[in-house]
Write a protein that binds this ligand. Structure first.
Ligand SMILES: Cc1cc2nc3c(=O)[nH]c(=O)nc-3n(C[C@H](O)[C@H](O)[C@H](O)COP(=O)(O)OP(=O)(O)OC[C@H]3O[C@@H](n4cnc5c(N)ncnc54)[C@H](O)[C@@H]3O)c2cc1C
Length: 368
């Protein structure tokens, strides 16, 4: 039996950011990770975009934590040598009826405090000569980040402040006990007592919350899985900025992002699935060609290669409006020893430092 002040379940970008912030506050932190390394799940299966905070409903956690987390993330990258680039992004309308959508997007962004520049088709073409559109918006605050280097840096800092990461450790259950929680690892092989369990298990967060004996089930949401597949572009990218169509239900549309080496990839699309399976179906490329050619007609035949996929941890199913992040401590569910993070889909990477601050505030109250 070990004792620790705080257990963080899950070493994705969110768990690592939380561990860093909480450990910097002088708390004794242990991170338990099911896989054999940190950041191997959703945190390494995304677009690596630092989002401006454009699309999220005003007043939502997504809006507040994305806008509040973005500049601290840029500053973190600068001060910690994490590769990144504030490259900007174009949002393009590809038919005259979509121009009205751009106005709505611009207004929604402004409500979140995000400034977008309105561009004519000619101005957009001057920025990205390969793009065909009827009008566009430019987001100067959008950028890209090396998410693995970022996670490595967070882990390093957490460890320098005394946190420990233990891999191959699945949190299989827990029991509320006294003013803390007894956590079972790998089916009870090890038990660790903690004052506070922070559940940042990503896709596994609802199952983990459901496995806490004594935790009210009414506060365990149903999770849905929305897979997003990516295809890479063979050869050099003809674009230097990110290019997004207007959003589609469930995701942001088949957009073009760049990695820091300048390679282009398209995706992610939206495919509702029942179980986690990261295989990319080459047959999905057909739809990608159609979608991408709406804004890049010169996409050559055969240029798209299946790349990778990620799965969004959704809290609402097909056809329903996208749900907000849920970050819940005692004020929400009445249990001081547990903080749950549910539905941390995009923009979780961008918001990671702000999410960590939010959780740290709840943790400070719980541990006071
Ligand atoms: C397709 C896609 C594209 C995205 N693009 C972007 C983007 O461009 N910009 C952006 O800001 N965000 C983006 N996101 C969102 C971002 O990737 C996520 O918000 C973020 O990675 C979530 O991190 P996490 O730590 O919560 O989850 P994860 O990275 O999944 O980490 C959770 C960890 O918990 C572990 N775990 C699970 N169950 C247990 C258990 N019982 N015990 C112990 N460990 C457990 C897992 O092994 C995993 O390592 C995207 C997401 C997807 C799916």
């Amino acid at each position: 039996m070990n004792d620790v002040e705080v257990i963080v379940a899950g070493a994705g970008v969110i768990g690592l950011a939380i561990a860093r912030t909480v450990a910097r506050g002088g708390r004794d932190v242990m991170v338990l990770e099911a896989a054999d390394a940190f950041g191997t799940v959703t945190s390494s299966r995304n677009s690596e975009v630092i989002h401006a905070g454009i699309y999220y409903p005003r007043g939502s956690l997504k809006a507040r934590l994305c806008v509040g987390g973005r500049e601290p993330l840029y500053e973190y990258c600068e001060s910690h040598g994490v590769p990144h680039r504030r490259c900007g992004k174009l949002i393009v309308a590809t038919s005259p009826d979509q121009v009205g959508e751009l106005e709505k997007i611009k207004a929604a962004a402004a409500a979140n405090g995000v400034i977008l520049e309105q561009l004519t088709a000619l101005q957009a073409h001057a920025m990205e000569p390969q793009v065909r559109c009827t009008g566009a918006l430019f987001s100067p605050a959008t950028g890209i980040i090396d998410s693995h280097a970022y996670m490595l840096s967070l882990l390093g800092e957490a460890e320098r402040h005394g946190a420990t990461l233990v891999c191959n450790s699945v949190v299989t259950g827990a029991r509320l006990e006294g003013d803390g929680v007894l956590v079972s690892v790998n089916g009870g092989e090890t038990q660790v007592r903690a004052r506070l369990l922070i559940n940042s298990a990503g896709l596994g967060a609802p199952a983990l919350a459901a496995a806490i004996d004594g935790f009210p089930k009414a506060f365990v949401p149903r999770g849905y899985l929305a897979k997003g597949s990516y295809f890479t572009l063979a050869g050099r990218s003809p674009f230097s900025r990110l290019v997004y169509p207007v959003p589609e239900p469930g995701g942001l549309g088949v957009h073009l992002t760049l990695d820091l080496a300048g390679r282009a990839r398209f995706g992610p699309d939206v495919q509702w699935v029942e179980r986690v399976d990261y295989a990319v179906d080459p047959g999905r490329a057909e739809r990608f060609y159609g979608e991408v050619r709406k804004y890049w007609p010169a996409l050559p035949d055969g240029a798209l290669e299946p790349a990778y996929s990620g799965i969004r941890p959704k809290l609402s199913g097909p056809g329903a409006a996208s749900a907000d992040f849920r970050i819940e401590g005692a004020a929400a569910h009445g249990v001081a020893a547990v903080i749950n993070l549910f539905g941390i889909e995009s923009p979780g990477l961008t918001a990671s430092l702000a999410i960590a601050d939010e959780v740290n505030a709840i943790a400070s109250t719980a541990l006071a």
